[in-house]
Write a new protein. Structure first.
Length: 250
């Protein structure tokens, strides 16, 4: 599949989807506290998404059973919500969610502190979020895709953390996963040239320890091999004639 250039109509629908998703994330953030279960988060997320007239894009996607990916501590992504899994003081929790609005998608993720957390855990969350903004400084027409990847990797590694290699960002539009794949590290080459109208889900996934990961027996939950914490930050981004536009942040 070629990288798609979105029309003004498509961009506006993706803006609408992104605004709804940003509001869902903002409301879910208010729920995060010791004692809540990961299933509680998922149920509230699905309720908010459907109430806004959207479809949760993750539910049923390739068999995934929930609307919100809820990943705790060493879980990098794709954690499956469970009514027995309660959050505890000191945990960190990543929420990854997607919505479909009038056939167009938005995808975004945030990592939150559960109560009082360690300074190192907070720094991991902050560096992961900031690496996204370092990356999109290069999300401009005329630059190349791996300029974004390189900036993310440099910032993360300069702060003593590691970038997950086995999982990447992606194009997005009518489909949740479109071309191109967007690594958070610099591969060989420059990647595609960026043009106005391209829409990407840019999502640094950052480990406190080494970057190696594996998948649990549920065939979904990705965890760090060394048991270190992991954080995730993602937004849907539009390439314009000037500054990139973040569609899933309000």
């Amino acid at each position: 599949m070629a990288v798609t250039i979105k029309s003004e109509r498509e961009i506006q629908l993706m803006r609408d989807a992104g605004k709804i998703l940003a509001e869902v994330h903002n409301q879910l953030a208010e729920l995060i506290a010791p004692g809540i279960t990961t299933m509680d988060i998922d149920r509230k997320g699905e309720e908010l998404i459907r109430k806004a007239g959207c479809i949760p894009s993750f539910k049923g996607y390739e068999g995934y059973p929930a609307s919100i990916c809820v990943s705790v501590n060493d879980e990098v992504v794709h954690g499956i919500p469970n009514k027995k899994h309660r959050l505890f003081e000191g945990d960190i929790v990543s929420l990854d969610a997607g919505v479909i609005y009038k056939d167009y998608q938005s995808d975004a993720a945030r990592t939150h502190a559960v109560g009082k957390i360690s300074e190192e855990a907070q720094r991991l969350i902050d560096v992961t979020r900031e690496s996204f903004f370092k990356g999109i400084e290069f999300a401009r027409a005329g630059n190349h895709l791996y300029d974004i990847s390189s900036a993310i990797q440099k910032y993360v590694e300069a702060n003593g953390f590691s970038v997950v290699r086995d999982l990447v960002g992606h194009g997005i539009g009518k489909e949740m996963h479109e071309e191109p794949q967007i690594p958070n590290y610099k591969p060989i080459g420059r990647g595609i040239k960026l043009y106005p109208g391209m829409t990407f889900a840019i999502e640094p996934m950052v480990n406190a320890g080494k970057y190696d990961v594996w998948i649990l027996e549920d065939d979904w939950t990705v965890v760090t091999r060394d048991g270190s914490n992991s954080a995730h930050y993602e937004n849907t981004v539009l390439i314009t004639d000037g500054e990139p536009e973040i569609l899933s942040l309000i």
